[in-house]
Design a protein around this ligand. Structure first.
Ligand SMILES: CCCCCC/C=C/CC(=O)SCCNC(=O)CCNC(=O)[C@H](O)C(C)(C)COP(=O)(O)OP(=O)(O)OC[C@H]1O[C@@H](n2cnc3c(N)ncnc32)[C@H](O)[C@@H]1OP(=O)(O)O
Length: 719
């Protein structure tokens, strides 16, 4: 709703009220229409101020309404009526003015922002475009290049940048509503002819075609198949080439296509999923709202390899006091330099002072004695980790939380090495740890809710999207990756090439296909794991047993490449070839193709034609199937947890919503049918056997993803 009052004798003050972000719900739009009418009709009112309650102007249209029939006054005529008013209307922007909120402000005659306010048109991140005149007014106000940048990226700008760009007229450190009322009093009675943005001519850059062609090319490249950024460019082009009314028609037309698209549904699902994962729960019933985190002032990192360095940087950037421990002297010296460099570069980018003094270094584990929380980040070697957890348990002050950055190992086993297993949790960061947004917080059977709450809160403080998950081999992300990688290898055996598989996955929207990622992260990483699991032994790569291990189909292709020293980018050769060791541009490698042909001949495999659809179905559906197992096992509390992990940690295209959402869009019955089909064709691949939960969901009519938790709960109660 919107509340109306008359202040300072002649200013009509309209306050948007819809906690928590004053979204423009139908009730709020009704309120605005009514209160604006009232302000304009009251003779004593000479000017108007629009503000939002509780320090936030407006978070835009109410995204929850998009799923239902949109009723209530539409935004476009509402904003036109404000712009057409014959009394000055001033927007008092505190907190955020985003999406429809900024479009509302652009319909006002003046905009005054608090210095801490953020403004933006983030519709593109929801699969939409600013369709309440944003694509037509913003370029008229700040020029085409700047408008294109804001609209196609959806980025939020500070009040200072907004002032510089010309989005706002004034920035204040004082009470924004008071400043706006004072301003409104000063402009009462003045002509508004030059204040209606829709009447401005749109500045036309001389190289208009070149500008739009360049932007369109860049946008298409980075969009990875997302349609909204492209529509945003088309809408701004309409502003630059058509009269305002026709531009508005084009904006509406483009929005109509986006609004009902699957991509918009996926992106809006991601928006809410990202927030839902913060409301974590554990099978014990412990929850986010009943578990109190303990404050962490001092944190420690053990092991300063790539992961440890990134974690130390991320902790220091949060403002914590950090102790970084590395027992190998040479590595410690190198790490000191590397961490300082990372902190300096990060600080420069953010325009702040580097937190160099926040970190102290030591070669002795005793240095962590007074830390509130320790993150172990040494090699993936259980014996080494066991020793460290025993030492930590002896060295640390009572109550210190002991966390492991393992990406797959047993958190319960590590906890059993300590005196207080309830203080142990996994904090699985993704490389590079100071950049990647995802954090898996892994609770073991004995982890206390307080330990989980503390790790989740620390993750949030570090700017991570933290997801609480249960303990199993690979947790959620890496567990699901295993069958996906396995299928990619099998496809090569059956006739595909790395290029074909990668192209299918990249056209689907992944930033990189599976083989390019493997070259980037190093083939030796997986090789080491497979050796540890007793799967990869040199003598096993030949003869009858080469393609069967532990009773199931196995592909030794990755092992064979490693045996040849082809570790990927770092050695200049992997699934592709590179100019030199460390080179980044992947080129098709004739050697690899001959190697695959020889391999197939050796094993009596006849190459067949494999199309992109088979690549996608096999790679993605086995990954999704494992996701259903994870839900069935209670390792993830809901599909949102899995989807957020895949979008933020594994490059799953956000406009496809995450693997579980994607499955719901494809149709669960179809996913089941294809898995059954492939399992029949490949009975020696257990990952293809459809999960019971998937069958159950299909049997119960494939409910929408928002209702899967009910089916899962029922399943768990029957076990
Ligand atoms: C053909 C039809 C034409 C229709 C025209 C429709 C026009 C659409 C234009 C738009 O305006 S689309 C919406 C654009 N706005 C946004 O994208 C902003 C989204 N919100 C945010 O970025 C942030 O929430 C915030 C405003 C910066 C505040 O951040 P903060 O960290 O303080 O809080 P959150 O945890 O993010 O949010 C709190 C709570 O509020 C919910 N919420 C936030 N924004 C909206 C919204 N616009 N609509 C509905 N709900 C919103 C959020 O989901 C949280 O609730 P939850 O229960 O925890 O999920």
């Amino acid at each position: 709703m919107a509340q109306y009052s008359c202040v300072s004798g002649s200013v009509g003050l309209i306050t948007l009220k819809n906690p928590p972000v004053n979204a423009l719900s139908a009730a709020v739009r009704h309120g605005i229409v009514d209160t604006v009418k009232r302000a304009l009709s009251e003779p004593k009112v000479k000017s108007v101020v629009i503000c939002g309650q509780n320090g936030i102007f407006c978070g835009g249209a109410d995204i929850r309404e998009f799923a239902s029939d949109m009723s209530g006054p539409p935004l476009v005529p509402m904003i036109h009526a404000i712009e057409a008013a014959n009394k000055p209307v001033v927007a008092a922007i505190e907190g955020s003015a985003l999406g429809g909120g900024l479009e509302l402000a652009l319909g006002c005659h003046y905009r005054i922002a608090h210095s801490k306010a953020k403004l933006g048109l983030p519709e593109v991140t929801l699969g939409l475009l600013p369709a309440a005149g944003g694509t037509q007014r913003l370029p008229r106000l700040i020029g085409v290049p700047a408008a294109l940048n804001l609209i196609t990226t959806g980025r939020h700008v500070t009040a200072a940048e907004a002032l510089q760009l010309g989005v706002v007229d004034q920035v204040t450190d004082q009470n924004t509503v008071d400043a706006a009322v004072k301003f409104a009093l000063s402009v009462a009675g003045q002509s508004l002819d030059a204040r209606r943005i829709s009447t401005y001519p749109c500045p036309r850059p001389s190289d208009l075609d070149a500008l739009f062609d360049g932007v369109m090319q860049k946008v298409r490249q980075s969009a990875r198949g997302a349609i909204a950024p492209v529509a945003c460019v088309q809408a701004v082009r309409a502003a630059a080439t058509l009269p305002y009314t026709q531009g508005m028609e084009r904006e509406k037309e483009l929005m109509a296509t986006l609004f009902t698209s699957g991509q918009a549904r996926a992106l809006q699902y991601c928006f809410f999923a990202q927030r839902a994962v913060g409301r974590w729960s554990m099978p014990s019933g412990a929850r986010w709202d009943t578990s109190k985190p303990r404050p962490v002032h001092k944190a420690a990192v053990i092991g300063l390899g790539t992961m440890g360095r990134g974690i130390a940087v991320a902790l220091a950037q949060t403002g914590l006091s950090v102790v970084a421990v590395e027992t190998q002297e040479k590595q410690l010296m190198e790490a000191k330099q590397a961490v300082s460099g990372m902190l300096e570069r990060g600080a420069k980018r953010r325009g702040v002072a580097p937190a160099l003094d926040g970190i102290s270094y030591s070669g002795n584990i005793q240095a962590v004695a007074d830390a509130d929380l320790v993150i172990e980040a040494v090699f993936e070697d259980m014996t080494l980790k066991e020793k460290i957890f025993q030492q930590l348990s002896a060295v640390c002050k009572p109550g210190t939380f002991l966390c492991t950055n393992t990406s797959a190992l047993d958190v319960d086993h590590l906890a059993s090495q300590t005196r207080n297993p309830e203080l142990v949790v996994g904090m699985h960061f993704f490389a590079p740890a100071h950049v990647m947004k995802l954090l898996e917080v892994v609770y073991g059977t004995r982890s206390s809710p307080q330990a989980v709450a503390t790790a989740m809160q620390l993750g949030k403080k570090m700017g991570k999207v933290s997801v609480a998950v249960g303990n199993c081999r690979g947790f959620v992300g890496n567990r699901m990756l295993k069958p996906y990688l396995e299928q990619a290898f099998f496809l090569l055996e059956e006739g595909a090439t790395p290029e074909l598989v990668d192209r299918a996955l990249e056209e689907f929207g992944f930033a990189m296909g599976v083989f390019r990622v493997s070259d980037l992260s190093g083939l030796d990483v997986g090789w080491k794991v497979r050796k540890g699991d007793g799967l990869a032994e040199p003598e096993m790569a030949t003869g009858q047993s080469a393609r069967i291990r532990q009773g199931r189909r196995y592909s030794p292709l990755g092992d064979l490449l490693c045996e040849q020293g082809r570790y990927g980018q770092k050695t200049g050769q992997g699934w592709y070839q590179y100019d030199k060791p460390g080179g980044r541009v992947a080129r098709s490698d004739p050697w690899l193709h001959s190697f695959l042909e020889e391999y197939r001949a050796r094993h009596g495999l006849v190459a067949r034609r494999i199309d992109q659809q088979e690549v996608l179905e096999r790679c993605l559906y086995v990954l999704i199937n494992e996701g259903f197992h994870i839900l069935e096992d209670g390792i993830a509390a809901g599909p949102e947890d899995i989807d957020v992990i895949y979008v933020f940690g594994y490059g799953w295209p956000r406009h496809r919503g995450g693997p579980m959402f994607y499955a719901s869009m494809v149709g669960l019955a179809k996913v089941l049918e294809r898995l059954e089909h492939y399992h029949q064709a490949h009975p020696d691949v257990p990952y293809m056997q459809p999960c019971n939960l998937l069958r159950r969901l299909v049997a119960s009519g494939s409910p929408p993803i928002q209702r899967w938790r009910e089916v899962i709960k029922k399943l768990h109660s029957q076990l």
